[in-house]
Design a protein around this ligand. Sequence first.
Ligand code: NDP
Length: 327
Amino acid sequence: TTGLTIAHLPEGELRCEHIEKTVISLPDITRLLLKPLAISVDPYMRTRMQPSGYDYIERWKAGSTLSGWTMAEVVISSEPGFKQGDLVVGHLPMQELIAADGQHLIRVPAGSDPEAYLHPLGMTGFTAWVGMQLLGQPTAEDTVLVSAAAGAVGSIAAQLAQRQGANVIVTAGRTDKRDWLHRLGFKTVLNHRSPDYARQLNNAAPFGITLNFENIGGSAFTAAIDAMRPNGRLVLCGLVSQYQTRNPRKSPDNFAQLRQKKVAIHPFVVPDYLTHWNDFQRFMAPLVGQKNITWRLDKVSGGLDSVAPALIGLLNGDNIGKRVVEW
Ligand code: NDP
């Protein structure tokens, strides 16, 4: 079959030439043969291409096969519990055909919307739930800031805080994204790409941010730290603006304020929380089923050929909602 591999690692911005299509041999015997229908492209894919430094997830190098959160159809099965035509989701290699066993695969329950398993009931919904619900624990007393809130994780995280009655400030870098956030019911919608962002944030939160759900890093993070109230909480979800920079080690120059303000810092990565998966499903599936949470997919067609351009676009902020590549 064919699959996507790293041609050579990017230095600075990712380009299409860094990812190539190659022939990949499948084992002669497999318990499950899967055909992908949609795959998720995610910012952490770029961090897996950084050449050095510690990361919680194995890095890719030249020749590595790309993998990601995938929805696939079962083509052949000798695995109990899976039959031809079933839809499954899981972390899978990016290939036209995938040999798998049943381990770590989730069968999409009959009667549910399979697309929900690409986002609110998939990894990005899980990330939002772990970061906001488990760690952030917003209450009606909180002023919560969610950056990149028109993106996948941010849009769900912000709605979870809103459901708890918190005063939620959301940010997005483009007018149509901010319009969407207004339509979701958020009253304070700021532009984290504006040169004026720090002032806007201080005006929007005159008494300070008590819970910052950080998705982007860089100058927007610096502004958020400045705007935080003493004894606030910082949920460190991601720093997407730094994933393509050559010196991602640089910390915000007001880092010392986190100590002076005694901010409680909660860094997290979702693989550490997989034992909470069923709790997450019990929480989120009813919200999704009863349409009490709004979500949208940002679909790019074209299968494997579209993965590189779709990922590059995501890292530039093209997407509204969860970006996926369909066949
Ligand atoms: P998104 O759907 O939010 O897409 C990324 C968004 O980031 C873009 O749409 C863009 O929005 C914004 N962005 C991109 N580049 C920049 C930049 N230079 N400066 C400012 N904003 C930028 O992606 P996800 O929802 O998948 O991920 C959101 C965050 O969550 C990321 O930091 C990611 O790494 C993190 N994450 C963390 C996990 C964990 O385990 N801790 C798991 C999954 C995700 P805009 O146009 O509004 O600027």
